[in-house]
Design a protein around this ligand. Sequence first.
Ligand code: ZN
Length: 409
Amino acid sequence: MVHVNVGSINSETMKALNLKIVFDYIRRHEPTSRRDIAEYGGLTVASVSKITGKLIEKGLVVETGEGQSVGGRKPAMLGINANCRYAVGIDLTAEYIKLVITNFKAQVIYELHSDTQLERGKEYVLHRLCTLILQSIEESGIDKEKLIGIGLVSAGPCDHEKGSMQSPPNFPGWDNVKIRDYIQENTGFPTFFDKDAVAAVMAEYWFGVASECSSVFACLINQSGFGGGLIANGQIFRGYNDGACEIGHTIIDVHGAKCACGNYGCLETLVNGSLIVKEVTDKLKLGNRSVLSQLDNYDKITLAAILQAVKNGDPLCRSVIDKTADYISAGIQNVATIYSPEIIVLSGNMLWNCDYLIQTVISKVQKRKGNKFIKSMTVVGGTFGENQCALGGVALVLENFYKEISIEE
Ligand SMILES: [Zn+2]
C-alpha cells in the first residue's frame, strides 16, 4: 500500500493528488508498468501515461526496460532516475557527526564520520559542520545544481518547525540555537531539522523494512539515551510540541533511580551504557569470572570491551545484557499496547554494535506475544546500522521534495 497524506491534500487539485500517487508508487515499487500504477491508483492507463510522460520529461523517472507480457505487447517498465537529484543527511550526536550524500534513490555515494568536538563550543561545531558539508559535496563530485537539500538530525528534545533543540541534555548551551537556519544560510542549501528518533523511523518507512507498512515505531537505543519515533497512517506522529514517543522516559519502576528528566525509574535509567558498565564492573569486583577478569583495573572497563566480550560469548557480560534486554522488551510491549504499530524496529549504537542484544530482545518479545491486548508485535533490527539517522535526514529532504513536486509548468 502507498500512503498518501489525504489530510493535507484536500485543497489540492485531483491532478496533483494523482501525480503524488503515481510518483510515490514508482518510487516504492520500481520497476513497474503504467498498467500496474493505473490499477493501484484507480486511474486510467491514459492518465497515468500523461503523468509519467511529464515525470520522464522532467528527468525524474526513466524507462528501465521491458517487463513480462500478460498478453500482448511487453510493457515498458518505469523507475526512478537515480542520479537526477542528490541529498545530504547528517546525524549530529554529542560524540560524532555522520554525514551521507545519496542519490535520488537514497543510495549512499559519499559518507563521512568525524568527531563532533562538542567541548570546543557551539559556534565552532556549527562552523565546522558547514565546512564539512561543503567539502563533502565538493569531494563527492556531484552536480551542486541537483542537490535538493540537507536533512540534519540530532538528539531531542527539539522543535522541528523552529529548527532548534529544546533544552537538550546532551548538548548543554544549545537550547534554542537556530541550527537549521545557520546551516541553510551558511551552505546555501534548503535545510531540514528533526529529532534523531524521528529520522530513524523515517529511514525505515522510506527506504527500509517498513516501506510497505502504514505504521511503524523505531526505538533508537544509544549508549546515552533511548528515543522513539512513530509513523502512524503514513505520517510522523509528533504529539503536542514535538513531545511524542519519548519512550526512554516512560516509567518502568516507580521506586527506581532518578532520571535526568526528573522522574524516577524511567526506562532510560535501566537501559543505558553506563549501567551496563557498572553492573559488569560490580560483578567482576565480587570475583565473578569473565574474559574481562584478567584486566588490571575494573574501573576502566569500557562498553566497547563489554560488547566485544558479549560477541565472544562471555557468560557474565551476556547475563548483564540479558537484563537490559528484559527492560527493552518491556518497553516494546508498552509501545505495542499503546500504538499497535505493524512493525517495531530496533536501532541505535547500542544495538548495531551488539547483535546478541537485538536477538535476545526479539526472543524475549516473542514470549510476551500471548497478551490478549497485543495485536501486533513484530520486532526487527534496523536496516542501516550507523547510517540509520543520517538516512532519515535524507528522507526528510525527499519527503519535502515529493510534497512540493509539480508538473504544471
Ligand atoms: Zn526520564
